[in-house]
Design a protein around this ligand. Structure first.
Ligand SMILES: Cc1cc2nc3c(=O)[nH]c(=O)nc-3n(C[C@H](O)[C@H](O)[C@H](O)COP(=O)(O)OP(=O)(O)OC[C@H]3O[C@@H](n4cnc5c(N)ncnc54)[C@H](O)[C@@H]3O)c2cc1C
Length: 192
């Protein structure tokens, strides 16, 4: 049976780990808290560029596209480069986006005492050489967006603060059933 290996983070390092594990016949699953590839390069300030030259910052098996002329590509170009790498090596199906790892529990393997006595990684110096498995707890991070379909603008009721401010002060109103229908028919009047 293919051994499943969890990789946390789909930045540059996670992508490389995923690609190599696939080549060695493992079954990797990459957990990424964000909704896309790129890691820190998707969270930098607008002016960020690669400090290294692109020749010194490239995957050994996947050079930069010839369309990238700059020696120090922008962070957008870096993200594009990582995405091309992931697509080229068919890594995307192995990545679980919006999945933040919040806990790892090593179970049904060696005891802590046994592990403390190891002189080599995994007890025998081989990657994934130990007997146990890990239980990984993942939190889904996809942000919910709530769209209100209320005719607030029509009746001059758009607040000049955010709903989060309302919620944080607990000072928010709730519309009664058919409020807007009653407003329309005139059985409810709004006073300034
Ligand atoms: C501004 C800046 C410029 C840099 N420039 C260069 C340069 O020019 N040359 C160079 O060699 N290096 C540079 N570096 C170093 C940089 O760290 C590496 O180039 C590389 O991109 C880092 O990749 P990474 O995979 O280690 O991590 P990251 O790119 O940090 O990716 C980590 C990913 O893990 C995700 N994540 C985090 N926690 C969890 C979790 N619990 N569960 C699931 N997902 C999680 C994050 O959402 C993120 O997508 C720079 C770093 C910075 C900050």
């Amino acid at each position: 049976m293919e051994m499943r290996v969890a990789i946390i983070r789909a930045g540059m390092s996670g992508l490389v780990a995923c690609k190599h594990l696939l080549q060695f016949g493992f079954k990797p699953v990459v957990f990424e808290a964000d909704d896309g590839i790129g890691g820190l390069w998707t969270h930098t300030i607008e002016s960020t560029k690669l400090q290294s030259t692109k020749q010194r910052y490239q995957f050994i098996d996947f050079p930069w596209l010839s369309s990238v002329k700059e020696d120090h590509p922008s962070h957008y170009q870096v993200v594009d480069y990582f995405n091309s790498y992931a697509q080229h090596f068919s890594l995307i199906p192995h990545i679980k986006f919006n999945s933040k790892v919040i806990d790892i529990d090593y179970v049904s393997g060696e005891s802590i005492e046994e592990m403390k006595s190891w002189e080599l990684w995994g007890g025998n110096g081989r990657p994934f050489g130990s007997k146990g498995t890990s239980h990984i707890t993942v939190q889904h991070t996809k942000k919910l967006s709530i769209k209100w379909k209320l005719p607030l603008k029509k009746y001059g009721m758009v607040p000049n603060h955010s709903i989060l401010q309302d919620l944080s002060t607990c000072l928010f109103g709730v519309f009664s059933n058919n409020f807007f229908d009653k407003l329309k028919e005139g059985s409810i009047l709004i006073k300034e």
